[in-house]
Design a protein around this ligand. Sequence first.
Ligand code: GDP
Length: 443
Amino acid sequence: MFDNLTDRLEGVFKKLRGTGKLTEENIKESMQEVRMALLEADVNFQVVKDFIAKVSEKAVGLEVTKTLSPGQQVIKIVHDELVELLGGTTEQIRLDGRQPVTIMMTGLQGSGKTTTSGKLAKILKEKGRKPYLVPADIYRPAAIDQLQVLGERLDIPVHPSTTDMKPVEICRQAMTVAGQKGYDTLIFDTAGRLHVDEALMGELKEIQSAIQLSEILFVADSMTGQDAVTVAEKFNQDLEISGVVLTKMEGDARGGAALSIKSVTGKPIKFVGIGEALDALEVFHPDRIASRILGMGDVLTLIEKAEAVVDKKKAEKLAKKLRQSTFTLEDFLDQIQQIKKMGSLDQIMGMIPGINKLKQLKDAPKPDEKELAKTEAIIRSMTKKERQSYKIINASRRQRIAAGSGTTVTEVNRVIKSYSAMLKMMKKMRGKPGLVTGQKRRK
Ligand code: GDP
């Protein structure tokens, strides 16, 4: 996410950090570079112009403080302005107020509406709501099936729409069914076209006047950059959208849509899609994203993800095992599974502060899904006894494990070696206050 932009800005700030004194000259020079970086990231021209004007104005009038160097102060100003550009505060969807909550998903074909409808329903269900998925795209028959399949996978009810009904009738009927069955949150998945057209807008307006909508979300593919912004503006003019969902953000190295859409449309980004999996939808936090763009990482999201997937009881048990050095290969496998649940390694790495700089080093370790998968396969090919006490894994067992996991004996050796190194390290740490034991340091 935003890798190119982050690289460019880190370069600019590295220079600034080195300067003890800020002059109008070096502020001007670095603002010129920030401007280029933003334009290359495909940020709207006018948005860039306003941004640079604001940052420059604040930077020139900087008071000297004791806590931050002038360079750091400029970085802070850029950070704060980036937060503003991204929307300022986190905007949640409206769940209080009139019930049932009704959310209409709009956008062009292929933007990710149907997938996002499923992902959103999942989030709402986890919040204790009773979502009802309503397919209202009658032109692409597969769209109804697609939502039905998603609903089945998520165990969320889907309205039995048929292609011979008008979208507005489907929505009305779904409202009645929701009332009867007690579903409190309806998500209408509407049709998309390849381009904005009047017939499509007419249809969406018809739904808008028939149903009291709580939210009209515009779903856009972030990879389409400024096109996404232009289409968002059109939808906003015609329908008055209430928020934006940017999909496919994990593959967007530039970030132009994310950085322009709020300024241009005045409507906040509420969620971002970061993968095809059904849990790959995140609430959009402008401050956290700004930190990520500036290479400062996003520790808060990382912690939230860890908390969401890590089973507390398991974690406590694990801590005990670490203390007593009874951590087996079986536990190792368990750990790998927990990490995998947090997302792809690349996604996890992206949230760690400073990781971008590390990535640029020549010998930097690369997140390698394949290695993780191999390690998993190797441990899975061991017998239970072997996992409990790795010392019994002799040469012939290693050969069997390699054959069973489709790897080589060298690779099996590597896994066993790193596991035993880990055990040794834990033994060493045992007894050291504040480390593995969890004891408090004595004052
Ligand atoms: P719709 O035509 O707007 O309903 O779009 P779909 O929901 O069918 O999505 C089109 C494609 O984009 C599908 O292959 C989705 O899996 C994919 N997609 C949707 N959201 C994301 C995302 O956040 N990341 C990635 N990589 N793919 C996504």
